[in-house]
Design a protein around this ligand. Structure first.
Ligand SMILES: CC(C)(COP(=O)(O)OP(=O)(O)OC[C@H]1O[C@@H](n2cnc3c(N)ncnc32)[C@H](O)[C@@H]1O)[C@@H](O)C(=O)NCCC(=O)NCCS
Ligand SMILES: Nc1ncnc2c1ncn2[C@@H]1O[C@H](COP(=O)(O)OP(=O)(O)OP(=O)(O)O)[C@@H](O)[C@H]1O
Length: 203
């Protein structure tokens, strides 16, 4: 069976889709979670980020203040690229490890939930690409509501990614998450129904 690369834009609904796929029995690898783990004390990326961005991005108890770091990098492309160059190789290493662990234990219904599949050039990790789409106005509304961001803060984060319309063009499967969650679930069930007829052994 293939590894599905589940991607989309920020707040387009990847976690919502991956939750549904998990309920259906898929194993989920969450790239955002890996990216969070590698920025905790004891990991090499944590130290590199402090060396690069300074101790003023730390909270009183020595954790990286993610809101502070987010404010620094979103809206400053060069700084974001520097952060990416520290984090992405570590994230990639960890994802490879997790795919190997799952497949060698016989689990091959795997979904890699990863916002930056295209931007971080990680498409070769997956066999099929699913893009979760919402129109930008809806994306903006959901992002502002979920994170309490101003319109400008939310736009800065959206602009830090490849436009969702571009991602849609590169997808094998597009899930339109602009309707209800129930409608999203129905689309997923229809896609998986069609899947039964695919011959993955040719991959
Ligand atoms: C800048 C950081 C500390 C901000 O943390 P915060 O808790 O506010 O956001 P969180 O990590 O939950 O990410 C939320 C969403 O932001 C978007 N996002 C995160 N990092 C990036 C990035 N480097 N470029 C573009 N979009 C990004 C994604 O859609 C993600 O789902 C954090 O996003 C980070 O360390 N980013 C670099 C690592 C990375 O690229 N992660 C993405 C998965 S590979
Ligand atoms: N179909 C929907 N209808 C209404 N709200 C939704 C729908 N799908 C997701 N949401 C809401 O939109 C927000 C973003 O969804 P979600 O967290 O799944 O996106 P994401 O793509 O995983 O985000 P990120 O890139 O930040 O990880 C959440 O608050 C979620 O509850």
């Amino acid at each position: 069976m293939p590894v599905i690369g589940l991607t989309g834009g920020i707040a387009s609904g990847k976690s919502t889709v991956s939750r549904i796929l998990q309920e259906l029995g898929f194993a989920i690898i969450d790239a955002d979670r890996i990216a969070r783990d590698i920025l905790t004390p004891g990991h090499p990326a944590y130290q590199k980020v402090i060396d690069t961005f300074g101790k003023n991005i730390l909270t009183e108890d020595g954790q990286i203040d993610r809101a502070k770091l987010g404010k620094i990098v979103f809206g400053n492309r060069e700084k974001l690229l520097v952060l990416n160059s520290i984090t992405h190789p570590e994230v990639l290493k960890e994802i490879r490890k997790k795919i190997k662990e799952l497949t060698s234990s016989g689990i091959d219904w795997i979904v890699l939930d990863i916002p930056l599949l295209f931007e971080a050039k990680m498409t070769s990790l997956v066999d099929e690409i699913w893009v979760v789409y919402v129109p930008e106005e809806e994306q903006l509304k959901r992002l502002m509501a979920r994170n309490g961001f101003s319109r400008d803060e939310a736009l800065a984060r959206i602009r830090a990614q490849m436009p969702l319309e571009e991602k849609v063009k590169l997808a094998d499967v597009v899930i339109d998450n602009s309707g209800s969650i129930e409608s999203t679930r129905e689309q997923i069930l229809t896609i998986l129904q069609k899947w039964k007829w695919k011959d993955w052994s040719k991959k």
